[in-house]
Ligand binder design. Sequence first.
Ligand SMILES: Nc1nc2c(ncn2[C@@H]2O[C@H](COP(=O)(O)OP(=O)(O)OP(=O)(O)O)[C@@H](O)[C@H]2O)c(=O)[nH]1
Length: 319
Amino acid sequence: MSKKSKAPSEDDFGGFRAGFSVLVGRPNAGKSTLTNALVGKKVAITSAKPQTTRHTIRGIVHRDDAQLILVDTPGLHRPRTLLGKRLNDLVADTLAEVDAIGFCLPANEKIGPGDKFIAAQLAAVGGKPVIAIVTKADLVDKQALTEQLLAVDALGREVLGEDGWRDIVPVSANDGFQVDTVADVLISHMPPSPPLYPDGELTDEPEAVMVAELIREAALEGVRDELPHSLAVVVEEIVPREDRPEDNPLLDVRVNLYVERPSQKAIIIGKGGSRLREVGTNARKGIEALLGTRIYLDLHVKVAKDWQRDPKQLVKLGF
Ligand SMILES: Nc1nc2c(ncn2[C@@H]2O[C@H](COP(=O)(O)OP(=O)(O)OP(=O)(O)O)[C@@H](O)[C@H]2O)c(=O)[nH]1
């Protein structure tokens, strides 16, 4: 029997899977709409340290048995502005951290040079499961959908060889057709893992990113040397307080700050909570200006117990 350490098995986390996936495809292929359909209204946001965070999180699919984190891969957004090897490096680099790639091709448009270009890039990366997702299925009839599925399959065999894409799934984000199947298929390619992000009521993207960033800045103010990379800020919830007059609303903003060690928690909180209050006051001003509403800011500092044991996951989180 080999004593070598083995990859985590299915049973290690009670069957739970978690990992990262990216939806790629040419402009207008339906990536954003599908992301929203997969994630629903609530989107989890983490502001992590920029120098390791190559991905913007678009949303997180939370399930009892899995967590699917959908990220953006900047390299694929503007492939045409980059050339040759540099492009390949960038794409390889940015895709290296995801566990599966969803390649979106619209059902109602012939496969074109843009699709082939991306397909070739994905083939060049190699090794990652690529799932072809035929989007906007509601726009075509059965016959046309079948023909498109065959054409997409042929493209997969052309660029990847005999086996082609790992899966091909037709979907309509508009009417919900097969959205769960897309999630199932992507999740089936996620590794056994504990959840990578906290669960909970989560919020819409752009505002929450900025809110998290303002809090992160305030929390690091003056202690950057002691807490260089060890702080992740997760906006759990932004909800309007009930029973407020319409002309004087109040938003409850609940935020978790994750550190790696109890000593860092103590730094953030400060003596008798004094520093955390200051962080809250400073961040609140910026957030109120951003949201244009008074807020109640509820900050909790936590030690990220589960994450810190696994260096790979810490990297993914931006620690
Ligand atoms: N009928 C129909 N329209 C869709 C569907 N998904 C997306 N669309 C439409 O297709 C257009 C492009 O969708 P997006 O989700 O913005 O596409 P994208 O790939 O994110 O586009 P970029 O941001 O340009 O890369 C929008 O007008 C959507 O409303 C779908 O399932 N059915």
